[in-house]
Design a protein around this ligand. Structure first.
Ligand code: ADP
Ligand code: MG
Length: 743
């Protein structure tokens, strides 16, 4: 067993008495050997409060023969053009430390390092004194970060550094794998470097393994999925015996986490939701039949498949909770309308909720047009209606004089009463979180719920985000659609872009010009759109009719503008991303997106979906900075600028290559991670410690199968064999509630 290393403890901001005042409850770790109050507080700040948290503190990376590159090989990689990893890790020894001054008086610390194969410089523009104090010639460092060649010398600027012991360097050559832990500034100042965490872990593990790391899964699952026992997995995660054991350990940790997450969803879906009695509809509907007959087109096979799935749900006596996913223009609306007609035929009302008032207006019109000649009344309820009109609408709803009501959140306000609500359709679901879904379902009755989203998301995300819903997918566009042509253009080509826009307008079509939301500030967003509008109106298109649409306008101003655009009183609409959701102007054939590199792919795809809705060939032009401008971003090294440019252009190129929203969302997920793909923080996407939704799709699937299988066979987790699972499940729920309280 190791004792904590002796060191002069650097002054910390945390005083022992603060910790005392906070109480032992908050920092229970301080009673573990090797952890005093300051360390306990530093760990608590990093989210590690209990022994269990500490044992489950996952290494952020591992040093081994595969991840560590000799300097010579790094040099060779940088010399070629292809495939330079963003992060290069090397193990080196300090040869020399020097503070140099540039011509402009800027000081930098240059640490000359070497391994058996070559030399490199580590350059620091800040923190020179700290490094000089903390490191000395002869120290062995693990360094990682983007490497580059600078005046012929291999160089890392501000790499991450970890001091290793001499024998650890040797260990790597002997094939050992060394975990590296995240170190916060506060942890460092409390003497908790990655290395000391390793030591702490050893001691803690020996002492607490039996009580903290009891097995959580059944022997059967462990066998079926070839898992390491839980305690072994945790041990291997911190002290990997070899590469294979490490991989199995990490697999188990991810499986563990995902299994209990999916178990929660399975429980919700199978027990909570389906226990509630719902409506059993008779799905033979003459209204739906009549609509199909008067449509003038055949449903695609994907639409028919989805329709079947929906009708099967509606027939069942339990409440439907189904997600209908499909690209913009794939024909979700028609499917939803058919489902609504079934409900209407059965004597029920339907509510269709959309995120904005413009959309509500548009959907109301679409529905009224589609249902012309059928005995079905469609009305709209939004926030901004006149009192008298609103009163009338509410009266009609209460007295079943309306069959279908379309609207925003207003639909679910307190005073809105339905005579007989049977089906709720939610459009553009990604704007509504899990919470709102629940609220909605709890609107007194048990209506069936159909959620439509035009944001295709990868299956892995669907399984986590909508894991308690059944999913139907429309992965096929109606025949005869002309795919939108997408091109990337640079700023110096702006003139050609504008003259192309002009030629389309001259040919009788309309265009969108979209500006990104600059930072998160509404004011800036406004300024940018307004300024560009003024500029284009005065100098580029003085003879054309321009309109402006942004998020700061009042809803009726927005509607007026949209109506003008729809009625062709406006040729070019300058807009921010408020147009992202659902507006349908078939005559618009061009969309120019400025600063396209600032958008995520999924968002670009959403925007692009605004064109290509009519018979004409449509175009999407992604405008981005000229090459050289990528290099002018302050604070970027040439290497970083090069990488940024390459990444931006690669992203945009993906847009030009495919119109398939599912494919795009997968690329987006890889490039930007799940939070950005889904869009908002309130998306309800859980944060996982071990699992990575980008790369661990198959594990999500396996854990999901396992969890749903267990709940299907034993919904209340009452069988004796499932007691370990039941206990661990309860504890995980308790923990997530505690975290929710803290947060
Ligand atoms: P989404 O809601 O999925 O974006 P919509 O339902 O608005 O798509 O459909 C886009 C357009 O395609 C509408 O004009 C609709 O009438 C039409 N459409 C839908 N399904 C078909 C089909 N099977 N064949 C031809 N056109 C279709
Ligand atoms: Mg739609």
């Amino acid at each position: 067993m190791t004792t904590p290393t002796k060191r002069a403890r650097p002054a910390t901001e945390i005083k022992a008495e603060d910790v005392k005042n906070a109480g032992a409850d908050l920092f229970p770790l301080q009673f573990v050997k090797g952890i005093g109050p300051a360390r306990a507080a530093a760990l608590a700040e990093a989210g590690i409060r209990t022994v269990r948290d500490l044992l489950l503190f996952t290494p952020k990376a591992y040093l081994d023969r595969r991840t560590v590159l000799p300097l010579r090989q790094t040099r060779l990689l940088l010399g070629g053009e292809e495939g330079i990893p963003d992060q290069i890790t090397a193990i080196v020894e300090i040869r020399r430390m020097q503070i140099l001054e540039s011509g402009r008086g800027q000081k930098r610390l240059v640490i000359r390092v070497s391994d058996q194969t070559g030399e490199a410089n580590l350059v620091f523009f800040q923190g020179a004194q700290y490094f000089i104090k903390s490191y000395q010639v002869g120290d062995i460092l693990a360094i990682s970060g983007p490497a580059e060649l600078f005046s012929g010398m291999l160089q890392w600027t501000h790499p991450e550094i970890e001091k290793l012991e001499e024998e650890e360097k040797g260990l790597i050559h002997s094939g050992r794998i060394i975990p590296q832990y995240r170190e916060t500034a506060r942890m460092k100042s409390a003497g908790l470097s990655s290395r000391s965490v390793r030591k702490l872990m050893e001691a803690t593990f020996q002492r607490y393994v039996a009580e903290e790391l009891r097995e959580t899964l059944t022997d059967e699952l462990i066998r079926e999925y070839n898992l390491l026992p839980f305690a072994d997995a945790v041990y291997q995660m911190h002290f990997p015996g070899d590469e294979e054991l490490l991989q199995r350990a990490l697999y188990r940790m991810k499986f563990e986490e995902l299994f209990f997450f999916e178990l929660g969803l399975a429980y919700r879906k199978e027990v909570e939701l389906s226990a509630e009695p719902g409506i059993s509809f008779d799905t033979h509907s003459t209204l739906a039949r009549r609509l199909l007959d008067q449509l003038g087109f055949e449903l695609t096979s994907a639409q028919r498949r989805s329709m079947k799935e929906i009708l099967a749900d509606m027939e069942k006596p339990t409440a439907m909770n189904r997600l209908l996913q499909g690209d913009v223009g794939s024909g979700k609306t028609i499917v939803a309308v058919l489902a609504m007609l079934v409900a209407v035929q059965n004597g029920y009302q339907c509510a269709m909720m959309v995120p904005t008032e413009i959309l509500s207006e548009q959907h109301t019109r679409t529905l009224q047009r589609l249902l012309e000649g059928l005995p079905v009344k469609v009305t709209q309820l939004v926030g901004g209606q006149k009192k008298r009109i609103r009163g009338e609408i509410l009266y009609q709803l209460r007295n079943h004089e309306t069959n279908i009501i379309v609207g925003t959140h207003a639909l679910f306000q307190q005073e809105v009463e339905y005579a007989n609500l049977g089906l709720v359709v939610i459009d553009e679901q990604h704007r509504f979180g899990v919470e709102q879904r629940a609220q909605l379902r709890n609107k007194g009755r048990r209506p069936d719920t159909l959620i439509m989203t035009a944001t295709p998301i990868p299956r892995t995300l669907t399984m986590t985000l909508y894991g308690d819903l059944d999913v139907s997918i429309i992965d096929e566009l109606p025949a005869g659609r002309k795919p939108i042509r997408t091109a990337i253009r640079f700023e110096h080509q702006l003139d050609t872009v504008w003259s192309f826009v002009r030629s389309e307008v001259m040919a009788g079509r309309q265009a969108y010009v979209v500006y990104p939301l600059v930072e998160k500030s509404e004011k800036l967003e406004l300024k940018s759109a307004v300024e560009h509008y003024e500029f284009l109106k005065e100098s580029t298109f003085p003879d054309l009719r321009l309109g402006l649409l942004h998020g700061q306008m009042l809803w009726y101003e927005k509607e007026d503008t949209m109506r003008d655009f729809l009625e062709r009183k406006v040729d070019i609409l300058i807009a921010t991303t408020v147009i992202e959701v659902g507006i349908d102007v078939p005559n618009a054939s061009v969309m120019v997106i400025e600063n396209a590199e600032r958008f995520g792919l999924s968002q670009l795809h959403q925007l692009r979906g605004r064109v290509g809705r009519g018979a004409d060939q449509s175009y999407c032009i992604l405008l981005t900075k000229d090459h050289y401008r990528y290099q002018m971003r302050r604070g970027l090294s040439p290497n970083e600028a090069r990488q940024e440019r390459r990444a931006a252009i690669r992203r945009l190129a993906a847009m030009a290559e495919t119109n398939d929203g599912f494919r795009i969302s997968e690329i987006d997920l890889e490039l930007r991670g799940p939070g950005d793909v889904v869009g908002t923080r309130q998306s309800g996407l859980p944060e996982f410690r071990h699992a990575n939704l980008v790369t661990d799709g198959p594990i999500v699937g396996a854990a999901r199968d396992a969890a749903f299988g267990i709940i299907r066979r034993d919904p209340e987790l009452a069988l004796p064999t499932n007691q370990r699972i039941a206990k661990a499940f309860q504890e995980s729920l308790k923990r997530s509630l505690q975290y929710a309280d803290v947060g």
